[in-house]
Design a protein around this ligand. Structure first.
Ligand SMILES: Cc1cc2nc3c(=O)[nH]c(=O)nc-3n(C[C@H](O)[C@H](O)[C@H](O)COP(=O)(O)O)c2cc1C
Length: 156
């Protein structure tokens, strides 16, 4: 039997809410009803280019800070962009964002960089803005399930 596809989730959280979203994405991605995928969750401060290159799909998570992605996720891109460039084109990715306001600065800043890497968005970003709700955690679980089902089914 073929070994399971690999999903990497790279995120940063300072006060915990993006961490809760990341945990919900992992929970969804490991839902046996969605399929079987090898799921790794790494901090943006630890993830390296080889982790990205080894993965079949990538989910990024960040809070919006100062109208941009978190400094930690920017650090991840600064450290790994050139080692990934030309090696990840077409790899599926998704994004989840936690923001006090509208989150658009974080979404746009990440989108600009992943467009340069030619990653392929598999769905719209999951955005948790304003009050933090169970609904947004369910959206994150759904994102995880969608990613696992798509990877296992060879759809992406
Ligand atoms: C230094 C700092 C800057 C922030 N800047 C923004 C911002 O520009 N726009 C926004 O919507 N929220 C902003 N926030 C709010 C965070 O996005 C929000 O607190 C979020 O829940 C943090 O996620 P975390 O709990 O995963 O750390 C900022 C928070 C901090 C600490």
């Amino acid at each position: 039997m073929a070994s399971p596809k690999k999903l990497l989730i790279v995120y940063y959280s300072q006060s915990g809410s993006t961490n809760r979203m990341a945990d919900a994405v992992v929970e969804g991605a490991r839902d046996p009803d969605a399929g079987t995928v090898d799921v790794r969750l790494l901090s943006a401060l630890e993830a390296a280019a080889e982790d990205v290159l080894a993965a079949d799909g990538l989910i990024l998570g960040t809070p919006e800070n100062f109208g941009y992605m978190s400094g930690a996720l920017k650090y991840f891109f600064d450290q790994n962009y050139y080692a990934c460039l030309d090696k990840v084109a077409g790899k599926p990715y998704a994004l989840f964002v936690r923001a006090g306001n509208d989150g658009q600065g974080a979404i746009e800043s990440v989108t600009r960089i992943v467009t340069g890497l030619k990653l392929k968005a598999i769905c719209d970003p999951v955005l948790a803005s304003g009050d933090f709700t169970d609904e947004c955690l369910e959206e994150c679980r759904e994102l995880g399930r969608l990613f696992t089902a798509g990877l296992e089914g060879g759809i992406f």
